[in-house]
Design a protein around this ligand. Structure first.
Ligand code: DX5
Ligand code: ZN
Length: 216
């Protein structure tokens, strides 16, 4: 079980220092929130920013595509250096086709599900995915309150995760208290954006969240 810093709440003027801080604290992955102002009401990271990040870090880069027509942008985000590409079940017109495209281009496919979407919508895709991201907020912004009802989907996905070997990640509303809920739900990866970067001490914050996870 590990914390995955989301750069959404990082200081982008000092992005390299922010990344170095979480690397030094032990982060092994970075979560990149890709928003298009259409699927979600916010615009964030284009492929050229991912490319710039790729040049300065060896960490596993997971790109969380919160975009309409994700199939159009799989290739640019993989060429930019993404290791895992997550596709929302709510935005993909053909999940298995998108998974195939991602694999063919040399990255790992991930499936993402929003809080209001029922587990049944993803069930048939689970044997084909290499990563499952269960949203614990409605995507679009950092710093929201965790929707704990979403953990029910983590529990439903656990047998599939064990059978097929993919990790389960949650995303949204993680802080020093709610990180314990994520641990109890049995997730493998825990995205934390504002809890790592907003207070300006990403090294300390990452360590505090990790210690809480270990001691809880
Ligand atoms: C929400 C994003 C999250 C976000 C989490 O749309 O998908 O990855 O960065 O931010 P916090 O951890 O602040 O809830
Ligand atoms: Zn995200």
């Amino acid at each position: 079980m590990e914390i995955v810093p989301s750069l959404l709440s990082a200081d982008f003027i000092r992005l390299q220092e922010e990344i170095r801080a979480v690397e030094a604290a032990g982060a092994r992955r970075l979560h990149l929130d890709i928003m298009d102002g259409h699927f979600v009401p916010n615009i964030t990271i284009g492929p050229f920013i991912v490319e710039a990040i790729r040049k300065i870090t060896q960490l596993h880069l997971e790109s969380h595509l919160m975009i309409t027509n994700p199939e159009k942008f799989i290739e640019p985000y993989i060429k930019a250096g993404s290791d895992t590409v997550g596709i929302h079940v709510e935005s993909s017109g053909d999940v298995l086709r998108d998974f195939d495209t991602i694999r063919r281009l040399g990255a790992k496919p991930g499936l993402v599900i929003n809080p209001p979407t029922p587990f049944e919508k993803i069930e048939t895709y689970l044997e084909f995915t290499e990563h499952l991201l269960v949203m614990t907020v409605n995507p679009g912004f950092g710093g929201q309150t965790m929707i704990k009802e979403a953990f029910a989907k983590v529990r439903l996905a656990k047998p599939y995760s064990r059978k097929y070997g993919f990790p389960i990640e949650i995303d949204g509303g993680v802080n020093i208290e709610t990180v314990v809920d994520a641990k109890l739900a049995g997730v493998d990866l825990i995205v934390a954006g504002s809890a790592v970067f907003s207070a300006g001490k990403p090294y300390d914050n990452f360590l505090a969240l990790t210690e809480k996870l270990q001691s809880a």
